[in-house]
Structure formats: structure tokens, C-alpha cells
Design a protein around this ligand. Structure first.
Ligand code: UDP
Ligand code: MG
Length: 342
């Protein structure tokens, strides 16, 4: 199944792309939430790698950090004209931070990378090569998840399975946000008006020519993950409901099946009573039937509520994030030339 799904991507596009002179070759978006000890090492490693590509910019988005991350971002932006920083007024979440970076990126290609150095910056070189070969979305795919706990592996397997089955979006397994996109993909992304968004799902949803680059995901450089089980589950639920109405259809199907089942049992009881005069011991059957139907009804109502809640948030038209400050990058022709010479 997997190979059949991927087959159409195996043909490598022939075109060889180049950067238009005077343009930023690559913008790298980094969502940041309490990553003070990772920002310095990330900046060092990223800059070394990006200099090999050409003109670049690094866009940090501070998602309401409560540690020193914001002041480190300010310092980096003051020292290096190629570093830009956006500051949210509070924590709006990873997806909002990534979206903000994409909204402000000006490069001909745009990459997304986590701040904790789990996505090795040198993989960007291979991604960029693939972009030059004509691919529009080059995504990082983990070689394996061996190092992760069984519970995470199991839940992510279930999530990918459900997401692909319900959304009809062919999202490959073991991918994260780590990816490099052509500017036209980012341009289509900017047209998405919705508040509830799942960035990686949407970049796959947009179509375009896609290519995986296999990599080994490192351990967090320092600090702890911001995603506990509940946050992960909520992201998964948002992702599925945001891209597909199929869960509603499943609820209808569950209601339909239960109704059929109860009709069948009713017919059986009537038949036994009228034809064979067998008195049917009703209690257990009645109670379990009631519970079953009640359960399906509550589940369906809850699911409806989830969608209504989402519609409500969309109708409110609130902004995806509140930006309290925005610094750089400060490009002058001089900076561009200097960067191009490296
Ligand atoms: N992040 C964010 N806002 C949040 C949570 C996380 O911007 O509310 C950032 C975080 O700083 C990191 C990236 O999103 O750069 C991924 O988060 P994390 O490493 O905690 O997730 P994991 O890799 O464990 O899935
Ligand atoms: Mg991480």
C-alpha cells in the first residue's frame, strides 16, 4: 500500500532550480517556547550550515516564553542582521508560532526547524539539493522511532493510521514539521484562513511535488519536551477534525448500526413471543440496550459539540496570534551582498 501510494513521487523532476540574484535563498523558521539553553547552539549550527547555501535569514518566533529565550533572541537579532525575531504577547501554541514564521518569511525557500536541535541543521543541505531538483516540499522523515517510548510510538502509529484513513491526505508516517518548502507552497499556506491548523498536514494537503529526506532524529539538546500525552492527544484530535469531517460520518454510522442492531433484537423478541410464545427475559437486554444507545448518543453529541466549537472559533475571526513586537531581519543590499559572498 505504502509503495503504491508513494510511487508517483519516485520520478525525480528534471528541472534544476537556481536562486534569483538579490533574493534570500532560504528563510528558516524556528518556533520557540522556553528554549533558552538551546538557542545559542542552534544559532551557531544553523548559521554554519546556511552559509553553505547562500543568502539566508533565521526567523525566531517567541511563543510567549517565560524564561530568557526572548532576550537571547533580541541579542542574536541585534548582533546579526540576518536574524529576525517575532514576539507573541502570550503562549499561542506551536502551530501559531510556526504559522507566524511562515507569514514573515521572505526567502525563495522556507524551512521549519525545532529549536531543540532534534532536527539536525545539516539535513537542510540535502533538502535544499532536492528543492534544486524541482521538489516543492522536501520533508524530513525519521528513519526510525526506536529511541522513543512505546506509548509514543503506539499513539503516533494510531494517529497516522486514523489521519490517513479519515482525511484522504497522504501524509507519510514519522514526519514532523522539519521541512523545506518552495515559496509557492508558503504562498498557498498563507491563504489558509482557518484558526485551527495543523501545519504539516496542510503542507501535504496543498499537493505539490514532495520528497522525503530520511534522517536520524537526535535527542533534545537540553530542556524538556513541551508535549505531554494530553497535549499530543489534543493536537492529534485537532489535526483530524481540522482536515476532515469523517469523524462526524463515523458517528452517524455508529448511530445507524446501533439502530439496526436494536431493530434486529426487537424483531427477534417479537418473533419469539408471537410465534413460539417464549417469554423473553428482558432486564439485562433492555439495560444493556439502553446503555448502548445512550452511549452512542452522548458520543455523537460530544463530537457534534467539538465541531460546533470549532465553527464558533472560526466565526469569531480572532487573529491566530497577537504579535507584540517584531525585529528584523534588517536587510540592506550590503547585507545581501556580504551573505552572497560567503
Ligand atoms: N513550541 C512552541 N510553542 C509551544 C510548544 C512548543 O513554539 O507551545 C516549540 C518548541 O520550543 C520547539 C518545538 O515547538 O521548538 C517543538 O516542541 P517540543 O520539542 O517540545 O516537541 P517534541 O519534539 O517533544 O514533539
Ligand atoms: Mg523536540
Amino acid at each position: 500500500m505504502e509503495s503504491r501510494r508513494q510511487n508517483f513521487r519516485l520520478v525525480r523532476p528534471k528541472s534544476s532550480r537556481e536562486i534569483t540574484p538579490g533574493r534570500v535563498a532560504i528563510s528558516v523558521v524556528v518556533p520557540v517556547y522556553n528554549e533558552e539553553s538551546n538557542l545559542g547552539p542552534l544559532y551557531e549550527r544553523l548559521s554554519r550550515v546556511l552559509a553553505k547555501i547562500g543568502t539566508y535569514e533565521i526567523l525566531f518566533v517567541d511563543d510567549g516564553s517565560t524564561d530568557n529565550s526572548a532576550s537571547i533572541m533580541r541579542e542574536l537579532s541585534a548582533e546579526d542582521d540576518r536574524v529576525g525575531a517575532c514576539f507573541f504577547s502570550r503562549n499561542f501554541g506551536h502551530e501559531a508560532a510556526t504559522s507566524c514564521g511562515l507569514h514573515h518569511a521572505s526567502g525563495q525557500t522556507v524551512a521549519i526547524i525545532d529549536a531543540d536541535l532534534q532536527d539536525p541543521p545539516q539535513v537542510l543541505l540535502e533538502m535544499y539539493e532536492q528543492w534544486k531538483h524541482g521538489y516543492d516540499v522536501v520533508y524530513g522523515q525519521r528513519r526510525s522511532r526506536k529511541n522513543e517510548p512505546l506509548s509514543v510510538r503506539l499513539t503516533s502509529f494510531l494517529f497516522y493510521y486514523a489521519f490517513r484513513a479519515l482525511s484522504k491526505v497522504n501524509m507519510p508516517v514519522n514526519t514532523g514539521d522539519f521541512r523545506l518548502m518552495d515559496e509557492k507552497v508558503v504562498k498557498s499556506f498563507k491563504q489558509f484562513p482557518e484558526r485551527n491548523r495543523y501545519v504539516r498536514g496542510l503542507t501535504f494537503w496543498s499537493g505539490y511535488r514532495q520528497k522525503a529526506v530520511i534522517f536520524d532524529r537526535d535527542k533534545r539538546f537540553s530542556g524538556r519536551t513541551k508535549y505531554n500525552f494530553f497535549k499530543r492527544a489534543s493536537l492529534a484530535f485537532d489535526a483530524i477534525c481540522g482536515i476532515s469531517g469523517a469523524p462526524l460520518r463515523l458517528a452517524t454510522l455508529a448511530g445507524f448500526t446501533t439502530t439496526l442492531f436494536s431493530l434486529f433484537i426487537a424483531a427477534h423478541v417479537i418473533y419469539a413471543k408471537l410465534i413460539h410464545n417464549i417469554p423473553f427475559p428482558g432486564y439485562a437486554l433492555l439495560t444493556s440496550g439502553l446503555f448502548c444507545i445512550g452511549g452512542v448518543q452522548l458520543f455523537t453529541l460530544g463530537l457534534l459539540g467539538e465541531y460546533v466549537g470549532r465553527i464558533y472559533r472560526e466565526v469569531q475571526q480572532r487573529p491566530l496570534y497577537v504579535l507584540k513586537e517584531h525585529l528584523g531581519p534588517k536587510y540592506s543590499d550590503d547585507t545581501l551582498e556580504k551573505a552572497g559572498e560567503q
